[in-house]
Design a protein around this ligand. Structure first.
Ligand code: GLU
Length: 275
């Protein structure tokens, strides 16, 4: 049997903090314990927010923590054709449509909130005639390509995912017609993460609890694209003194700041409750 494959998949849109250290170290430990492999994936599809300096810092900080990963590293920005191909397979099934509303319009028409608290798209553009879609795209209007959630679920039926050996009922409908790509961005987090986990043969996804609800969308896309489903383990989140999730802008928990202040990798492990 081939060994299990784990991955750590940070986005280079800021410096790593203690929460990333927890994720990376859990991946490394679980891979080692299972006799598995550890891959590093740079999730840099957001060309505006991702910076080469942050990517370089990821390599330095992970090496400092004592984590070893396989080369070459997969950088999502170098694989946009793979995501276009996956999008094309969904479009071929009649599951993708363009929407043209601005953020403000989406918020004004919102049909509730998605699990991240963002306004839920009400789906108005789903009924636009094909000729009007073509006219607006040809006119250069910005648009988002969305998954027709109702049609997708009609195709797959109810889905579950494997959460560390337990079975979780997936509820992708809570996300509504999720964005899969935009006029200027060939993919989205959901689409590229699902394509890459399959292309890299990932068997175990170890990541923060903040992505737990997203797993429902990932399972749905896997089912629609005929891709294998990894085992998921969503780990605890580290909170700041005010009880909020750590963010890349919180200097106090940045690995670089902690290192500059004389902390050792062993100190980091103690700070995040490992050992
Ligand atoms: N790139 C995502 C992040 O930095 C993580 C994606 C994942 O682990 O699925 O939050």
């Amino acid at each position: 049997m081939s060994p299990p494959v784990f991955r750590f998949a940070p986005s280079p849109n800021g410096y790593l903090h203690l929460g990333h250290a927890l994720s990376a170290l859990l991946n490394a430990e679980q891979a080692a314990r299972a006799g598995g492999r550890l891959l590093l994936r740079i999730e840099d599809i957001d060309a505006v927010r991702c910076k080469p300096d942050y990517e370089q810092a990821i390599y330095e900080d992970l090496a400092w923590l004592g984590i070893a990963w396989e080369r070459p590293v997969r950088r999502q920005s170098e694989h946009l054709d793979d995501y276009r191909a996956a999008l094309g397979r969904l479009a071929d099934q009649g599951l993708v449509y363009p929407s043209f509303e601005s953020r403000a319009e989406i918020a004004a028409q919102a049909a509730g909130r998605d699990p991240d608290g963002a306004p839920l798209y009400a789906g108005a553009a789903k009924s636009l005639p094909e000729a009007e879609r073509e006219r607006r795209i040809a006119a250069g209007e910005p648009y988002a390509l969305r998954l027709d959630m109702a049609a997708a679920l009609a195709r797959t039926g109810p889905l579950t995912w494997n959460e560390d050996g337990g079975t979780i009922a997936a509820n992708p409908a809570a996300w509504g017609d999720v964005v899969l790509a935009r006029k200027d961005v060939a993919t989205s987090y959901h689409l590229s993460v699902v394509a890459d986990d399959a292309l890299q043969g990932i068997t175990h996804v170890v990541r923060g609890r903040d992505l737990y609800e997203s797993t429902a969308v990932h399972r749905l896309l896997q089912a629609l694209l005929g891709l294998p489903a990894p085992v998921y383990r969503h780990h605890r989140l580290l909170l700041d003194a005010d009880g909020r999730k750590l963010s890349k802008s919180t200097q106090a928990t940045g690995l670089r700041e902690l290192r500059a202040g004389g902390r050792t990798p062993a100190d980091i492990r103690a700070l995040i409750g490992l050992d």
